[in-house]
Every structure is written in C-alpha cells, then in structure tokens.
Design a binder for this molecule. Structure first.
Ligand SMILES: [Zn+2]
Length: 58
C-alpha cells in the first residue's frame, strides 16, 4: 500500500493499491479532503480537494 504525503499537514497517508485517480480521501490526521493524482508513469500523489475550501470559513 503506497504511503503518500499529505500536502496539508505533511503527514503520511496510506492509499489502497487499487485507488483510482480522482478518488477522494479524508486524511484522518488533519481532516483534509485529498484527491488522488496519478501521473503518466503511474506514480501517485495527493492534492487538496478544491471543493472543501468553502467549508473552512469561520
Ligand atoms: Zn493531512
């Protein structure tokens, strides 16, 4: 299971081997919604899902 780094908190997050590009995950450590990015060579990374930005207003 690949371990990717969270772009929000810098922690590690395990992603299932069969995860698909565009799949959303919630990082339990910081609560961020993360979107899985898979590039042409098949390497995975995470970026913050844009749709959650609105929920942060306080
Ligand atoms: Zn995080």
């Amino acid at each position: 299971m690949p371990e990717l780094s969270c772009p929000v908190c810098g922690g590690t997050m395990a992603v299932p081997e069969d995860a698909l590009a565009g799949e959303l995950f919630e990082h339990g450590e910081c609560g961020a919604q993360l979107e899985l990015i898979v590039d042409d060579s098949g390497s995975m990374s995470l970026k913050m899902a844009e749709e959650v930005a609105e929920d942060w207003g306080e």
